[in-house]
Write a new protein. Structure first.
Length: 299
């Protein structure tokens, strides 16, 4: 049996423990939210270090990948350094792999026709893989990085421009407190559409991190398609009530829950009992045939 613990800066209301089987091995998955406390996350990791097979780091990233460039979020680095024995996975590698495969799966199986589809990616800098895959599939993409993260009225309309803007602001942004950039703790429970939420209305497909979507989404999402990651049943109900037509999660459904990519990454690492290479992660996903979760909410 393997045990994986995801320590998240998110709300403790989203905590969940399950048992599942992967490659014939039983895996216990536990998600522990710290309600935005970095210090509590550090304490939990120190307490469980060496007692579990792998940690996931949720509610934040350790790395942001922009093409070949990798940037470290300094506030997250403090948390990861608390582990001296058990490896910690933020899901950034798995995010790129699974999200790219999700677009390929949806295209191949005629679930979504991306060609010419008006698409909003709420933050492309932390969704570089899916952003590239969307444009390669013909989607007409608007990236909300500057608007939803920095509050600046700068609309990015191409993957090429996303990379250029990202490489300018990443060295600065990665040194800011995570709470300035992303909803953590109780702020994850707040839906407060701002002046840029009109972009949700203008686009038919909404893509990105669930908490950024939830924070900024308007009441009316009639007929929209959402591609996101970790969701609870309550989250799904909120999409259904707003009229969302189709929900896709890039991570599989484990016992009714779509966990974040940090959990999937930690699970696969626990199977191998080591820190896998990108190629080893890809081989495991191919063997298990991970598929996105597809929910038709209003049809």
């Amino acid at each position: 049996m393997r045990k994986v613990v995801s320590v998240s800066l998110g709300s403790s209301k989203r905590d969940k423990s399950i048992k599942t089987t992967l490659f014939g091995l039983e895996i216990v998955i536990q998600r522990i939210g710290t309600d935005g406390s970095i210090q509590k996350a550090i304490e939990i990791i120190k307490e469980l270090d060496g007692q579990v097979d792998a940690f996931g780091l949720g509610g934040t990233d350790l790395y942001i990948y922009l093409g070949e460039e990798r940037y470290i979020l300094h506030s997250s680095k403090k948390i990861v350094q608390a582990a001296k024995i058990t490896p910690v996975f933020d899901g950034s590698i798995m995010k790129s792999i699974l999200e790219t495969k999700t677009i390929q799966f949806l295209t191949k199986n005629h679930v979504i026709d991306f060609n010419g589809l008006q698409t909003l990616v709420v933050c492309g800098s932390d969704r570089y893989g899916i952003s590239k895959a969307l444009e390669n599939s013909g989607a007409r993409v608007t990236y909300g990085d500057c608007m939803f993260i920095l509050g600046l009225p700068i609309k990015i309309n191409s993957f090429e421009k996303l990379g250029k803007v990202g490489k300018i602001i990443a060295p600065i942004v990665t040194r800011l407190p995570i709470s300035w950039l992303y909803p953590i703790g109780k702020s994850q429970e707040v839906n407060k559409p701002g002046r840029y939420s009109y972009l949700f209305t203008q686009n038919d497909l909404i893509v990105g991190d669930f908490h950024l979507i939830y924070k900024n989404m308007p009441e009316d999402l009639y007929g929209k398609t959402i591609i996101t990651n970790t969701v609870t049943n309550e989250n799904i109900d909120s999409f259904r009530e707003r009229g969302v037509s189709l929900l896709v999660t890039t991570t599989p459904n484990f016992e009714g829950r779509s966990f974040g990519t940090n959990v999937v990454e930690a699970m696969l690492a626990s199977i191998l009992k080591k820190v896998p290479s990108i190629g080893e992660f890809e081989n495991l996903i191919k063997r298990e045939e991970f598929k996105p979760r597809i929910e038709r909410l209003n049809y």
